[in-house]
Design a protein around this ligand. Structure first.
Ligand SMILES: Nc1nc2c(c(=O)[nH]1)N[C@@H](CN(C=O)c1ccc(C(=O)N[C@@H](CCC(=O)O)C(=O)O)cc1)CN2
Length: 297
C-alpha cells in the first residue's frame, strides 16, 4: 500500500522540539536572530522568504528582513552582509537564492561569516560537510534525512539515486548520505541532465530523490517496485486559475504513488522541512556564538 510521507506533520514535530532549545537560550538571555536577505523580484523567492520570517515569528526567533533592489550593484549586497556579520543580535544570515545574474553567487556565499551561515553554503561549511564534520547541514538535504527517518526508512546499504546536482540540494544530499553516520552509509548515484538512460539508473534505486527542477520528470515506469520516492521539486506551472499557477513536483505523483512504498507530495512534502531545518540551524548558530549548550533534535 502506498504510504504518503506527511512533511507538514514531521516539520511541526521538529518545530515543537526546537521550542525547548529556544527556552534554554532565553534562560541564558539569548534571543536567536535570523537575517533573511532578498535581492530578487521573483515571486517564489518572495514567498519562501516570507515563510521563513513567519516561521521565526511562530517559534520565537527574531527575524530581520533585508530587501535589496534586484538591479542594485553587487557591492551593495556584499556591504549589507558585512554589516550583518558584525551585528551581535544577528546569529544567522541567509541570502535567498538565486541572486540576479549580475551578482557573483560565490562572492556572496563567501561573504557570509561561516559561523552565521545557516544555509551551510559557505566553502568552509561545505568542506566540513564533505569531510564528515558538518557544522550547518544544508536545510533541504537535512530535511530529507529527517523525512526518511520519520518514515522509518533506513539508508544504510541502500542504493540511493539523486536526480539533480545543485549546490543547494543534489551535492550536499550526496555528501550527507555517503557519510559514515546516522541516516547515511548509503550507496549514492548522482544523475543530472547529461546522464544517459536516466530511467535505467532510477530503476536500480531503493530510494529516489528527485531534485532536478523539471516538472514531472519521473513517472511510475522509472521506479522499482517498493521504491521510496522523495520529491524535492517545487515547480510553478502556469494555469488558468486565479492564482495563475499550480505547484508540481519533479515526480508524476499520481502514477508514482501506485508503485512507491512511500512518497512525498508536493506541496506538503520536503518544503516544510526546509523551513524547520533553517530554524534548527539558526538555533545552533545562536548556541555556538553565545556558548550555550542546547539539545537539538
Ligand atoms: N538561501 C536559500 N535559497 C534557496 C533555498 C535554500 O535552502 N536557501 N532553497 C530553495 C527554496 N526554498 C527555500 O528557500 C524553499 C522551497 C519550498 C518551500 C516550501 O515550503 N514549499 C511549500 C510550498 C510553498 C508555496 O506555496 O509555494 C511546499 O512544498 O509545501 C520552502 C523553502 C531555493 N532557494
Amino acid at each position: 500500500m502506498t504510504n504518503h510521507i506527511d512533511g507538514n506533520k514531521v516539520a511541526d514535530r521538529i518545530k515543537a522540539e526546537l521550542h525547548s532549545c529556544i527556552e534554554t537560550l532565553e534562560q541564558n538571555d539569548v534571543t536567536p536572530g535570523l537575517a533573511t536577505v532578498l535581492m530578487s523580484d521573483d515571486g517564489a523567492s518572495e514567498t519562501y522568504v516570507s515563510m521563513k520570517q513567519q516561521a521565526c515569528d511562530d517559534i520565537g526567533i527574531e527575524g530581520f528582513h533585508i530587501e535589496i533592489p534586484a538591479d542594485a550593484p553587487e557591492k551593495r549586497l556584499l556591504q549589507r552582509i558585512e554589516e550583518l556579520n558584525a551585528d551581535p543580535t544577528v546569529h544567522g544570515i541567509l541570502v535567498q537564492m538565486p541572486v540576479p545574474d549580475h551578482v557573483d553567487e560565490s562572492a556572496v556565499l563567501e561573504q557570509v561569516d561561516p559561523l552565521h551561515d545557516v544555509d551551510g553554503f559557505h566553502p568552509e561549511n561545505v568542506g566540513r560537510l564533505t569531510t564528515g564534520n558538518p557544522r550547518f547541514k544544508p536545510c533541504t538535504p537535512h530535511g530529507v534525512q529527517k523525512l526518511l527517518e520519520a518514515a522509518d526508512v533506513d539508508t544504510e546499504g541502500k542504493n540511493v539515486v539523486i536526480v539533480g546536482r545543485s549546490n543547494i540540494v543534489g551535492k550536499p544530499m550526496m555528501n550527507l548520505l555517503v557519510q559514515k553516520a546516522e541516516n547515511g552509509n548509503a550507496t549514492v548515484t548522482v544523475c543530472h541532465s547529461r546522464t544517459e538512460d536516466l530511467a535505467a539508473k532510477t530503476r536500480q534505486a531503493d530510494i529516489v530523490i528527485a531534485a532536478a527542477g523539471v516538472p514531472e520528470l519521473i513517472d511510475e515506469s522509472m521506479l522499482s517496485e517498493e521504491a521510496v520516492v522523495i520529491d524535492v521539486g517545487v515547480n510553478r506551472v502556469d494555469t488558468d486559475t486565479e492564482k495563475g499557477y499550480e505547484l508540481v513536483g519533479d515526480v508524476e505523483f499520481e502514477s508514482a504513488k501506485k508503485k512507491a512504498a512511500a512518497i512525498t507530495p508536493v506541496p506538503g512534502g520536503v518544503g516544510p522541512l526546509t523551513i524547520s531545518m533553517l530554524l534548527h540551524n539558526t538555533i545552533k548558530a545562536a548556541a555556538l556564538q553565545e556558548d550555550v549548550a542546547v539539545d537539538l533534535p
